[in-house]
Ligand binder design. Sequence first.
Ligand SMILES: Nc1ncnc2c1ncn2[C@@H]1O[C@H](COP(=O)(O)OP(=O)(O)OP(=O)(O)O)[C@@H](O)[C@H]1O
Ligand SMILES: [Mg+2]
Length: 116
Amino acid sequence: MRDLTFGYPGSEEPVLHGVSLMFLPGQTSAIIGGTGSGKTTLLNLVPRFCDPTSGSVRVNGVDVRDQDLEQLWHEIGMVPQSAFLFSGTVASVPHWKCVSEVVRLTRGSVRRVWSR
Ligand SMILES: Nc1ncnc2c1ncn2[C@@H]1O[C@H](COP(=O)(O)OP(=O)(O)OP(=O)(O)O)[C@@H](O)[C@H]1O
Ligand SMILES: [Mg+2]
């Protein structure tokens, strides 16, 4: 991650300000911080649930925005910290703007990925 800044749409202040860090292959890393400090937000930028406001996220040296999304997701395993049940489709939940954008970008392939 290089000089990464991210703010949620409609929020006045960015959650992440100028974050630069590198995770090395074969190492286990932990991100530690207080509640609401941005840990989940930081990790959500890797599979492109959201894109940075400025700066970049790179996997194997390549900006995730320049990678094939489905190929990128093949390389990532995620376990969410809490289960969340909702009715309807992912795209129909209006406040999930970032996920809705992923659905738009992938034209529905998210359904295939999530059903595996
Ligand atoms: N979808 C969203 N829309 C707007 N603001 C959000 C959204 N998700 C998180 N935030 C805000 O962004 C900030 C960082 O939240 P985040 O969930 O990344 O923190 P966290 O470090 O993972 O917290 P926790 O330890 O509780 O898991 C918080 O102020 C939170 O209220
Ligand atoms: Mg969290």
